[in-house]
Design a protein around this ligand. Structure first.
Ligand code: GDP
Ligand code: MG
Length: 436
């Protein structure tokens, strides 16, 4: 990844007290190549590396940081600046406020529409969705399903073949039913074409959305930039949504798009689940492009869903060596609430690569849950009473094999042993002291 390449690129700088003309030239070339590899467009990559060179030359390197670290910091600052510096909010204005969603087919518009509704609803907004993709019958259903999932009303007229009319009726309906925001999901084509552009422009002209978002698949690399350009020329949109960042993170598209259309990125989509949405933070994206992982987003999301009290309760039980299967089940629930496990793991530095091809999802928990659910309350609270005949009964009841039950018992036992050892050493504090 880019970070590795940068490491290599800055090797020549190691051990030197000052970044100079000579030692920076070849490094900057490498950085430029690495950026291009991460999908940053050539012109943009050249501009940014020229600026990095100017900034880096002559900077004194402190004892605490290596020239390499300093250079990474400069690159990271520069990329952050390139993506707008700070986060950019949507404009929500009007009665109701209208948010128009545009983009090619398959870019993730409908999925994002559901996610955005979910996010706004969590913020206490009264949201309604308008199903204006009239060309594919399945599209209306898809939006309805998502609306139901997040508990937001979806306005649709399956028989009507006029997207503009549907949107207008939706807005009328929203007004009557006291909704403050209408998000309009629209149709897309496989490639930019006149008919689609006419339709989406007409929607924008007539609905006067306070926010028009352009949704683009991050995995399409350089094509993403061309599509963004074409849409912006016709639509003059207000912000960009980068989707599918959970895949092979070609975050470089974020930099190129911003540089080419000069419109802020506002959201990123990181999975198919309704909570896999993040507000776009230029500094975090810069770090992600540099391969450091989006740790801040991860922590925020974990905090949002993790039930603090429950965590404390379980910690207390761990400290008293009383951790049982009820606690185990509750922990599994917490993990699941945090969203797609693969998405979460992918945000931890180094994990994305390690998890490639590994199939971890909530389904991997199903047999475990089934086994625990087949235990009697007594067995769950007292894991030590698990005899062979009890295990056999549980395997039968949960539709698993006796091996699966034994495996779980073994894993659970190992877990408890580790907790006990940790407690003996003085808990988590001792673990911290062991480092370094
Ligand atoms: P639309 O045609 O623009 O409305 O796109 P959809 O919302 O129907 O999405 C197309 C496909 O991409 C669907 O299979 C979605 O589940 C998937 N998708 C959308 N957003 C994401 C994302 O952020 N990550 C991943 N992995 N898949 C996504
Ligand atoms: Mg759609």
């Amino acid at each position: 990844n880019l970070s590795n390449k940068l490491d290599k690129a800055i090797k020549t700088l190691k051990g030197q007290g000052r970044i100079t003309d000579i030692n920076v030239a070849s490094t900057v070339k490498e950085i430029r190549r690495a950026l291009i590899d991460a999908d940053v467009n050539y012109k943009v990559a050249k501009e940014v590396t020229d600026r990095i060179k100017d900034k880096a030359i002559g900077r004194d390197v402190l004892i605490a940081v290596s020239p390499g670290q300093l250079l990474v910091k400069i690159v990271s600052e520069e990329l952050t600046e390139l993506m707008g510096g700070t986060k950019s909010d949507m404009t929500i204005k009007g009665d109701p406020a209208v948010i128009l969603i545009s983009g090619l087919q398959g870019s993730g518009k409908t999925t994002f529409t559901g996610k955005l509704a979910n996010l706004l609803k969590k913020q206490g907004k009264q949201v309604m969705l308008a199903a204006c993709d009239i060309y594919r019958p399945a599209a209306i259903n898809q939006l309805k399903v998502l609306g139901e999932q997040v508990g937001v009303e979806v306005y649709a007229e399956p028989e009507n073949k006029n997207a503009l009319q549907i949107a207008q009726n939706a807005i009328k309906h929203a007004k009557q039913s006291g909704k403050s925001i209408v998000i309009v999901d629209t149709a897309g084509r496989l490639a930019v074409d006149e008919e689609m552009m006419n339709e989406i422009s007409a929607l924008k002209e007539s609905l006067k959305p306070s926010e028009t978002l352009f949704v683009v698949d991050a995995m399409t690399g350089q094509d993403a930039v061309n599509t963004a350009k074409a849409f912006n020329e016709r639509l003059n949109f207000d912000g960009v949504v980068l989707t599918k960042l959970d895949g092979d993170t070609r975050g470089g598209a974020a930099i190129s798009i911003r540089a080419v259309v000069d419109k802020p990125l506002k959201f990123v989509s990181t999975g198919e689940k309704m909570d896999a949405i993040d507000v776009f933070h230029p500094d975090r994206m810069a770090q992600r492009i540099l391969g450091m992982g989006d740790v801040v987003s991860l922590v925020e999301r974990a905090q949002e869903t993790f039930d603090q009290q429950e965590a404390e309760r379980i910690n207390k039980k761990i400290r008293k060596n009383q951790f049982d299967f009820n606690d185990f089940l509750s922990q599994l629930d917490q993990i699941k609430k945090m969203g797609n496990i693969k998405d979460l793991l992918g945000m931890i530095p180094g994990m994305g690569k390690a998890m490639k091809g590994v199939d971890v999802d909530e389904n991997s928990f199903k047999p475990i849950e089934a086994i625990i659910q087949s235990m009697t309350p007594d067995e769950r609270a007292n894991p030590d009473i698990m005899t062979g005949s009890r295990r056999q009964r549980i395997a039968k009841g949960s539709g698993t094999s006796i091996q699966q039950v034994n495996n779980l018992m073994k894993q659970f036992d190992d877990m408890r042993k580790m907790m006990k050892t940790m407690n003996k050493m003085g808990g988590m504090k001792a673990l911290g002291n062991m480092k370094g």
